[in-house]
Design a protein around this ligand. Structure first.
Ligand code: MMA
Ligand code: CA
Length: 327
């Protein structure tokens, strides 16, 4: 996992940042103390910011468990996941009972934005979106619809677009994860802060020995192709339903908006070809597509989310994109 993270960081220049009091302040959360993570322990940051880390567990008597109340209004619980013994923590959800953290968080740890992936990062978990004063009603609506949003901000600066390596911005990613409480699945809002350097962040994944990048930067098809080529890759080729299902589920976990793939008929109208040069052995056009509506030469996924099925769109649109290695 750590090795995978190191590779992701190297290739995509995403750096997981500890969620410090300063970065909390930057996202406008009320009641944040300026105490550094080293001075903080459970209950010691302040009444509205509680840190749970390995040292909190070390203070427990043998056999004792730590109970963390996620239902408390106005309280943000910060989990420093590194070295945390989930088996010794109970998460309490008010009327809805409690669950061992190890059981409750199992789905979270298999989520693409798992804190285990973000080793060294720190997550904020709250059972109640109302505990996030930085989120406006529109943000919540977007979260509800997309189940994840990214907000960009720089400290003191106007809301910034990620620029170059020298001009990194902090980005707080909010997302819902499903955790299991007393056998039922409940959505919990989470946030973590990453440093985004460069205009695009890409999540690297591997499937059937091919590497894939799920890139969040919104690029024209040409620029997306060039960005893949710069990594020695092509825009994704979908060879069969199995590969499509895998790509679709990961892409949709990042964003249910549209994504570019490699299929296009730029060279000759109606003759679709993959960016990788692979033969077109499989297609899954949505009924009525490709319709070349107003000149559309580039293939994309998720136009009809949550339904599967591909669409053609104008290549000049700026969309997220997926790269794939040839081996
Ligand atoms: C949009 C655009 C097209 C697609 C149609 C389907 C109106 O155009 O996404 O590419 O074919 O929707 O209705
Ligand atoms: Ca179309």
């Amino acid at each position: 996992m750590l090795e995978q993270l190191a590779r992701i960081a190297r290739i995509t220049r995403i750096l997981a940042l500890p969620l410090t009091a300063a970065s909390l302040a930057a996202v406008g959360l009320a009641g944040c103390s300026t105490a550094g993570p080293d001075e903080a322990a459970i209950g010691e940051v302040d009444a509205s910011n509680v840190l749970v880390d390995a040292r909190s567990i070390a203070r427990l008597a043998p056999g004792q468990r730590l109970s963390v109340d996620l239902s408390a209004r106005g309280v943000m619980v910060h989990f420093a996941f590194d070295g945390l013994d989930f088996d010794r923590i109970d998460l309490a959800f008010g009327d809805q009972g409690s669950a061992s953290m190890a059981d409750a968080m199992a789905p979270l740890f298999s989520h693409p934005y798992s804190p285990l992936e973000a080793a060294g990062g720190r997550f904020v978990v709250t059972a109640d979106p109302a505990n996030f004063p930085a989120l406006g009603a529109d943000d919540i609506a977007a979260l509800e619809q997309e189940r994840m949003i990214a907000r960009e901000h720089g400290s003191g600066a106007p809301r910034a677009q990620p620029q170059s390596v020298d001009d990194c911005v902090e980005q707080t990613i909010y997302f819902y994860v499903d955790i299991v409480i007393n056998g039922t699945v409940q959505s919990v809002l989470c946030a973590h802060t990453i440093l985004v350097c460069g205009s695009t962040t890409c999540d690297k994944q591997t499937h059937n020995e091919h590497d894939y990048l799920f890139c969040d930067g919104q690029e024209s098809w040409n620029d997306a192709k060039a960005s893949c080529a710069a990594q020695g890759m092509s825009l994704v080729t979908l060879d069969d339903a199995d590969e499509e299902a895998w790509v679709y589920s990961l892409a949709s976990a990042h964003s249910t908006q549209k994504w570019w793939m490699g299929l296009n008929d730029r060279a000759s109208e109606g003759d679709f070809a993959w960016d990788s040069g692979a033969p077109v052995s499989y297609t899954n056009w949505y009924p009525g597509e490709p319709n070349n509506a107003g000149s559309e030469d580039c293939g994309q996924l998720n136009r009809f989310y949550p339904e599967l099925g591909w669409n053609d769109e104008p290549c000049s649109l700026h969309l997220r994109y997926i790269c794939e290695s040839s081996d």
